[in-house]
Design a protein around this ligand. Structure first.
Ligand code: TRP
Ligand code: ZN
Ligand code: CA
Length: 433
């Protein structure tokens, strides 16, 4: 985006006008948000069959502290590692046994804006826990694999989690949140929880928490023509409570546990006026205890929400911030700076930040030139070099500034380190691609 002569003239007034100047640049068309893929329910069901086999081979359950839980963690982790996720196992102790959370980060996206989805992977001891909560675990696993298959590059950072010891009282998720530094908590823009999403006599319940997350789910089901209700069968009875307790926006989906479906709900969703899940916390919570339609719709809704909530706003290309005030550089003296105030750029600076430098000087080798990010990080653009006798530094440097938050005050810092020749900063310009 080139600046008009008038905009340049305005910019000469300097730092205070940099934000105004950016506002004067016409908004370019934002890129269309990528649509979520359909999540193949057959793949989700295969994960459930595998979790069932794990339970069957390990005494009939996948409970905290039992070999079926460890095997479940290994199973999910191997799939994520193969797909290119960065996985971490977090250990904790509960009721005298070691528990495990599995965290999977999809490389890329804005580390300061994390969209997180989680499901508890443990079952109760009385059964294999296929609806509770193989269903949520398998659906977010397949969504993560779909992220990898499609090479999705979200604006925000994506993180998936499988919690241990939920059935002992949200132990794993609470451990994760309690051990997350406050600065990292603040980076989680939303946590989505999926616990029981394939109940055999399903209802379609959406958590009534963060309005944006709630609306994202409701809109998806409205598009399918499937009515939803607010989840009321025990708010706080799953891992989202651990996040909500520390102020992180939460949301999620649920198809019902031991509560009885009302006749009005039967009218709405079909099924029978019996428990949503008659096998809740029982040995019959097997692969036979799943409604495929509910599993399919909820898996697709999860992908829709993750794609929608992570795409964020796309920055129009070529936002320019410029300061053309002259700053004289004292001979063999202290460093001086010229600054611009960057506003309205989402997320981090680009890996190819264009740093336009215009310095008038009679022996440029005297000069050390740095870019200083808003947090004070220094990027050296040009070293001192006594033998370089040429005039002026008039060039554009490309800086990998992707570790820096874009918005804030950026400075060009110049120091003259040898006597006799002198000059001044004529202009400093940042272009965010
Ligand atoms: N795993 C949860 C539990 O055993 C199931 C559950 C009950 C639930 N009520 C809920 C999950 C409400 C989400 C929302 O308690
Ligand atoms: Zn449960
Ligand atoms: Ca000098």
């Amino acid at each position: 985006m080139n600046l008009s002569a008038r905009q340049r003239a305005l910019a000469v007034a300097g730092v205070a006008l940099a934000g105004l100047l950016a506002g004067a640049v016409p908004a370019a068309t934002a890129q269309a948000a990528a649509a979520a893929p359909d999540i193949p329910v057959a793949n989700v069901k295969q994960h459930l069959a595998d979790l069932q086999s794990i339970a069957s081979a390990n005494g009939g359950n996948r409970a905290h502290g039992r070999p079926g839980y460890q095997a479940s963690i290994n199973f999910v982790k191997a799939k994520l590692d193969a797909a290119g996720f960065t996985t971490t196992i977090q250990q904790f102790t509960s009721s005298g046994a070691t528990g495990y959370n599995l965290i999977a980060d999809w490389p890329g996206g804005d580390a300061n804006q994390v969209v997180m989805a989680g499901s508890h992977l443990d079952s109760v001891t009385s059964g294999p826990g296929i609806n509770d909560n193989g269903s949520g675990s398998a659906a977010i696993l397949e969504t993560a694999l779909a992220v990898a298959r499609s090479g999705y590059q979200p604006t925000k950072h994506l993180r998936f989690a499988w919690w241990g010891a939920e059935e002992l009282g949200l132990v794993g998720s609470r451990y994760y949140v309690n051990n997350l530094p406050a600065t990292d908590r603040a980076k989680i823009s939303g946590y989505l929880n999926f616990d029981m999403i394939g109940s055999p006599n399903p209802g379609y319940f959406v958590y009534d928490d963060d309005p944006t997350i709630e609306k994202t789910f409701k809109d998806y089901f409205a598009g399918l023509g499937v009515p939803t209700e607010i989840e009321t069968e025990g708010d706080g009875r799953s891992d989202h409570a651990s996040f909500k307790n520390v102020g992180i926006p939460v949301g999620g989906l649920f198809t019902g546990a031991s509560r009885t479906k009302t006749s009005a709900q039967v009218q709405k969703w079909g099924g029978t006026a019996t428990a949503f899940d008659r096998c809740y916390h029982s040995s019959c919570d097997t692969t036979a205890n799943i409604n495929d339609t509910a599993l399919d719709r909820n898996s697709d809704a999860i992908a829709h929400a993750i794609w929608t909530l992570s795409s964020g706003t796309t920055n129009p290309p070529g936002k320019v911030f410029e300061n053309t005030s002259d700053v004289s550089i004292p001979d063999n003296g202290a460093a001086v700076t010229s600054s611009v105030s960057v506003t309205g750029v989402t997320g981090n600076a680009p890996s190819n930040l264009a740093v336009g430098v215009d310095i008038i000087h009679t022996w440029r080798g005297d000069l050390v030139v740095d870019l200083v990010a808003p947090d004070g990080t220094v990027y050296n653009l040009k070293p001192f070099s006594s033998s370089d006798s040429a005039d002026n530094v008039q060039t554009t440097y490309t800086v990998n500034a992707s570790a820096e938050v874009a918005n804030g005050t950026w400075s060009l810092r110049v120091q003259d380190r040898a006597t006799y020749d002198t000059g001044y900063i004529n202009g400093f310009k940042l272009t965010f691609s």
